[in-house]
Design a protein around this ligand. Structure first.
Ligand SMILES: Nc1nc2c(ncn2[C@@H]2O[C@H](COP(=O)(O)OP(=O)(O)OP(=O)(O)O)[C@@H](O)[C@H]2O)c(=O)[nH]1
Ligand SMILES: [Mg+2]
Length: 329
């Protein structure tokens, strides 16, 4: 691929758009007077919240990874049926914060409990429900909403273990209903939609039906790049990474989006890890991100990635907001 600057002529638009999707992802589960409302997905980091959101929407709109604290802002994903619009609030995992970023993430997740119609608390079925889950459940108990307990990752647990989790969680909060599901296998995802739909009020469409998320394209692009960093690096690196999209251009003639983005880390050593020997790692991250972005945008993508060091950005509230993470992002 030739240089980015070649595309800087007047044939491009200085913004890019999502392609419109017309095919419904599943048979509608609800029929009747139009219903619409909000469901917040909360829980500990790594519980499977974002994976469930993607399974419901039928498309990857939020990023997921085995690293705790993958999600950094509250994102609305929108699930549409002819008679219903369900707005899913994906939230950062609730945890004991160790820095300003962690505190921002908790505030953002806890605020999602306010003013929603349904709260779904996701508990990692493959782990032991512990004090962290108890703490989250206590917050859920205070919400004025229908409370659904979801035991996730049913594909890798047995029934007995799921029941133990349910019994323990019921001591922490009086949930109105319980569901065991697997987002990766699609097991009981329809049932989740059905239960939530039952408890949504009748109401208008809040978002245009072709919209799948409230996030601007630039935010999703930055998130998809950050996901590839998380999937390819370990230890301190994932938590120290922030991504900002510097520019996006769309060249209609070539049906090509040119994206320039910067990956920020906190230390020189982390920059070295992300670039890798002979630039191997950054190339791999770029290639994987490009594949995802092409699917997201529905056209060819030229991706120019840079890595910069910004010491201590995670402890600086102004920087956290600049990256768009945390509350109100
Ligand atoms: N086997 C199995 N793994 C799952 C399932 N759902 C999620 N996972 C895995 O669990 C890990 C965490 O999933 P996420 O969806 O990123 O979890 P999260 O709750 O959004 O995590 P945070 O954003 O960090 O709070 C990923 O590696 C997923 O692939 C499932 O149903 N089955
Ligand atoms: Mg998440």
């Amino acid at each position: 691929m030739s240089s980015y600057d070649e595309y800087e002529d007047d044939e491009y638009e200085d913004y890019i758009e999502f392609p419109q999707r017309e095919t419904p992802v599943r048979e509608p589960v609800y029929e009747g007077p139009f219903k619409s409302g909000f469901v917040a997905l909360v829980g500990r980091p790594n519980a499977g919240k974002s994976t469930l959101v993607n399974a419901i929407v039928g498309e990857k709109v939020v990023i997921t990874s085995p690293t705790a604290q993958t999600t950094r802002n509250r994102i609305s994903a929108i699930y549409n049926e002819p008679c219903m619009q369900m707005v899913l609030l994906d939230t950062p995992g609730l945890h004991k914060p160790v820095d300003a970023l962690g505190e921002e993430l908790n505030v953002s997740a806890l605020n999602a409990l306010k003013d929603v119609d349904v709260v779904a608390m996701i508990v990692d079925g493959s782990a032991e429900a512990g004090r962290g889950d108890e703490w989250v459940a206590q917050h859920v108990a205070e919400a004025h909403a229908f409370k659904l307990l979801v035991i996730s990752k049913a594909d890798i647990i047995n029934q007995e273990h799921a029941q133990t989790q349910i019994d323990r969680m019921m001591q922490y909060c009086k949930f109105d209903d319980v569901l065991v599901l697997s987002a990766t296998e699609g097991f009981n995802v329809d049932t989740f939609i059905r239960i939530v739909a039952e408890h949504l009020p009748e109401g208008p469409q809040w978002f245009p039906p072709e919209m799948q998320t409230d996030q601007p394209v630039e935010v999703l692009v930055a998130e998809f790049i950050r996901e590839k960093v998380l999937l390819n690096t370990r230890d301190e690196v994932p938590h120290s990474v922030g991504v900002i999209v510097d520019s996006t251009n769309y060249d209609e003639k070539r049906d090509l989006s040119s994206i320039r983005a910067t990956i920020y880390v906190e230390r020189e050593g982390q920059k070295g890890i992300i670039i890798g020997s002979g630039g191997k790692m950054i190339k791999r991250i770029g290639m994987q991100a490009r594949e995802d972005l092409q699917r997201l945008l529905g056209n060819q993508v030229y991706l120019d990635l840079n890595v910069k060091v910004k010491p201590g950005w995670r402890t600086d509230a102004a920087q956290i907001r600049r990256f768009g993470y945390g509350e109100g992002a």
